[in-house]
Design a protein around this ligand. Structure first.
Ligand code: SAM
Ligand code: SF4
Length: 318
């Protein structure tokens, strides 16, 4: 469907839990208030929303969290979502710690891609950023994904002081992965943090790969701008939503684990679909349509005083 600004909305992010097994310092270093299980949508409810969204033209779904694999049954849910009539694409975003035992099931389910978040290439920095010494598990998961032939992307946040590890992270592209560098957003513990810009990151990377150059190639649903060079089979992506606004091309809405539909990342405003699902399910389609139609024109991350979202990224799903 199209929203009030004639943008095609065909992509929904489903955050299946607000809980996480890591404590990334830019996301939720001190954890979050626990939400009771009754307030979290069941997988059946997520599927009900997805089936309704498909009727409105939303055919691509991202399963995210918190850490989605920290919720029991997540892989079965992904299989069911993938099997829903009309669903064209299902991908997963994960920190990768719990992933490796599930890779073959995800491949069987026909998952269309997995994004693994990784902000540090060495064990000590990984533990410093995430609060846990879990890099070996993430690397095992990456190996498993590549062996299974699952399309894999690495997401690395451009954290303050991260310049020295950008090249090591980009080297993962030697294995055919796309490595995407994401500008830190003023959400959760990211408020007030500023890492290297796209240009600064490219300057660092071009010391190793002087022929790194932009390409028009689009890969996936995201707003990444990609760069290629002769010696890297994978692509290097830059996602800088704050400094390079791409709201005119935005194609997505987000559903939190408590069933709150967020039309824009930057605003706390949205629609309580859980109440609709549980009290007047016959209105779900109309309420969803109206909520998507009203999607705001643009974010206001450049005017932080206007940002009304108070939740951490782990409660939203990224
Ligand atoms: N736990 C999973 C993971 O880390 O991939 C999925 C959820 S996490 C909220 C989704 C993405 O949001 C991760 O790639 C994470 O690095 C990113 N993220 C979290 N807080 C952020 C912030 N303030 N700015 C930019 N990206 C952020
Ligand atoms: Fe957890 Fe992902 Fe947030 Fe890190 S970024 S704390 S892994 S939800």
């Amino acid at each position: 469907m199209t929203d009030q600004y004639r943008r095609t909305i065909d992509y929904m992010r489903l955050s299946v839990t607000d809980r996480c097994n890591l404590r990334c310092r830019y996301c939720m270093p001190n954890g979050i208030a626990q939400v009771s299980h009754a307030d979290i949508l069941t997988y059946e409810e997520f599927l009900q929303v997805a089936a309704t969204a498909v009727e409105l033209g939303i055919t691509k779904f991202k399963v995210t969290g918190g850490e989605p694999l920290a919720r029991l049954g997540c892989v079965d849910f992904i299989s069911c979502l993938k099997a829903l009539p009309g669903v064209e694409q299902v991908t997963l975003t994960t920190n990768g710690v719990l992933l490796s035992p599930f890779v073959s099931c995800l491949a069987e389910a026909g998952i269309d891609g997995v994004n693994v978040s990784l902000d540090a290439p060495d064990r000590e920095t990984f533990a410093d950023i995430t609060g846990f010494d879990a890099l070996p598990q993430v690397l095992r998961s990456l190996d498993a994904l590549l062996s299974a032939g699952i399309h894999t992307k690495l997401n690395c946040v451009l954290l303050p002081g991260s310049e020295e590890r950008l090249t090591s992270l980009a080297r993962f592209a030697r294995r055919g992965l796309d490595v995407r560098f994401i500008e830190i957003m003023p959400i959760g513990a990211g408020v007030g943090s500023h890492g290297p810009s796209r240009e600064e990151a490219l300057t660092v990377l071009r010391r190793e790969w002087p022929d790194l150059r932009p390409t028009d190639i689009r890969r996936g649903n995201g707003p990444a701008h990609y760069y290629i060079c002769a010696s890297l089979p994978g692509h290097i992506g830059m996602i800088d939503a704050v400094s390079h606004k791409f709201c005119g091309e935005c194609n997505r809405v987000r559903l939190t684990s408590t069933g709150f539909l967020k039309p824009c990342l930057c605003y706390g405003e949205g629609t309580n679909l859980r109440a609709v699902l549980r009290e007047r399910p016959e209105e779900l389609s109309e309420v969803l349509r109206a909520a998507i139609y009203k999607k705001p024109q643009a974010h206001c991350f450049d005017r932080t005083a206007s940002v009304t979202e108070q939740k951490a990224m782990s409660q939203i799903g990224g």
